[in-house]
Write a protein that binds this ligand. Sequence first.
Ligand code: COA
Length: 386
Amino acid sequence: MREVAVIGIGQTKVDEHWDKSLRELAGIAALSAIQDAGLNQVDALYVGNMMSGSANHQQQLGAYIADWVGLRYAESFKLESACSSGSSAFRTALMAVASGSIDSAVAVGVEKMTDSPGSEITAELATAADSDWEVSQGVSFVALNALIMRRYMFEYGWQKSDFAPFSMNAHANAVHNPFARFRKPITEKQYLEAGMVSDPINLMDASAVGDGSAAIVVVPLEKLSFTKSHPIIKIIGSASATDSIAIHDRKDPLWLKAAEISSKKAYAQAGISPKDIDLFELHDAFSIMAALSLEASGFIERGKGPTLGLNGEIRPDGKIPIATRGGLKARGHPVGATGMYQLVEVVQQLRHTAEGSQVEGAKIGMAQNIGGSGSNIVTHILERVN
Ligand code: COA
């Protein structure tokens, strides 16, 4: 297998993009990434998306987007793994280039959620859960995460206020990210007094629905010149794992087994351990998921996730910075695009261009994207080479 490098990134702001179609959003991100890479075209385009069929009445995203960005006749298709669709597209691009099958690819994640009324998009998001055993009970995605958070607080004795640092850190970092949806810092009081969505998850625990797209161009490392304008970023770990789709089928609903498996595989490929990671773009769709990801990925022991927030270790100057450009909570969570936003932000950190929330001297960054309630998890580790 060939080593693979990231040479171009692009993204749109996460927002309510009522004036843009799905292909326009994807086109902005993909063309920005191709331009940033200094290329005119690529061999293939892989699209990460979850709900285009239901939310936008559009399938066939491969042909739909490739043609729009001037890549008619290129290989192109859509990958779907719920909220981790973006990272699945990236992993597909990586595998295609690493195998030698093609020499360049752009992975683009795109989702357009705000055209649908709230009740419809809530029902569409719930299709990532088990329709026979979970959704048929009337449970939404927020409600499933609320059950997990309530159980976690009960088992390990945490209070609601102990989760505030996750949201406060995300909002503080988003202030510096022009592509983020909510660019306002919040206080602990604002966190605690936010409207309840599904007890104990309130508005400041939850990521909002939104529209957006992000993209990355990858090529074989051997084809790169080390004098190129951007520092070279190599992909040193990539792994994906599934778990039961229904939470009640797991022995321990408070442990993200697929995060443990995919992160361990990625660490092994990279030849590193969690202490070598300079920043971690994790999947804070709900604050409880930030705690569970930190634990399952080996940054802290089981049941202790909130400690990292309370001790200031998750901030850009802390031991394990997370959500450095706002995370899902404040940058936004256009579901199928999110994994690509996380990877774009890791690249910004490794290029040392994450103005305002730069992790000093960042050399190795990790991104972890969660589909469903922990049922499909993709982990990537990137390293700055020069
Ligand atoms: N954080 C901060 N502000 C938020 C917010 C959030 N998570 N969600 C909405 N807002 C703000 C909006 O900007 C808007 O502000 P404005 O009135 O100043 O414009 C206001 O709150 C109302 O926004 P609206 O979109 O009408 O909110 P809503 O009540 O319809 O939906 C949620 C809010 C949290 C219920 C909804 O975004 C949601 O369901 N999120 C979870 C999505 C999900 O499950 N994703 C998959 C996870 S894996």
